[in-house]
Design a protein around this ligand. Structure first.
Ligand SMILES: Nc1ncnc2c1ncn2[C@@H]1O[C@H](COP(=O)(O)OP(=O)(O)OP(=O)(O)O)[C@@H](O)[C@H]1O
Ligand SMILES: [Mg+2]
Length: 164
């Protein structure tokens, strides 16, 4: 289901997922459209699926480590081996060397400097996924992905994908 929609190559769209597995699958599939240097903003209330989606992205990019929510440390970096990226032999994906997973839920404004966020977002070989990006809205690059998660029901999520 998810796959068919993404094959339309029209990124501005709404998708309904019926389980956490489908949201992971969406992340895995969409990861193949991410390019080194991309910033991906993940909006949505607590428990709406942002970390679940990130797990799928990590899987799709070839991250072997378990993805744990970076809530208390705000940021985790996973480095990627080209040899692990064999989901599809897409050149653009093999140029991605780092995946950054940032969760700003607990960010206090005075902590922003300590995170080197601007440096991370300028890593041209990285893909940066940010939960609670509204906390740093003035620092976000104009060119970015915006993915919004909405809880419809216990297992139902509405996910809106936009590419700015
Ligand atoms: N369709 C679905 N997509 C994603 N998660 C789902 C879905 N249905 C149920 N869930 C459940 O909802 C929860 C989503 O949690 P997740 O950690 O991904 O949320 P989050 O948006 O990252 O929240 P937080 O802001 O607290 O970090 C999980 O327990 C997952 O199993
Ligand atoms: Mg989360």
């Amino acid at each position: 289901m998810v796959k068919q929609i993404l094959q339309m190559k029209n990124f501005d769209q709404k998708i309904i997922t019926n389980s956490y597995k489908e949201t992971e699958e969406l992340g895995k599939l969409l990861s193949q459209s991410f390019k080194a240097g991309d910033v991906v903003c993940l909006y949505g209330e607590l428990g709406s699926g942002k970390t679940t989606f990130t797990k799928g992205v990590a899987r799709g990019l070839g991250v072997k480590n378990r993805i744990i929510s970076p809530t208390f440390i705000l940021m985790r970096r996973y480095s990627l081996n080209a040899k692990d990226q064999r989901l599809t032999p897409i050149d653009s994906v093999s140029k991605i060397k780092n995946l950054y997973h940032i969760d700003l839920y607990r960010l206090e404004s005075q902590d922003i400097k300590g995170l080197d966020l601007e440096e991370i977002m300028q890593d041209k070989s990285g893909v940066v996924l940010i939960e609670w990006p509204e906390k740093i809205k003035d620092f976000l690059p104009g060119k970015r992905w915006e993915i919004s998660f909405k809880i419809l029901d216990e297992n139902l999520r509405k996910i809106l994908i936009e590419k700015l």
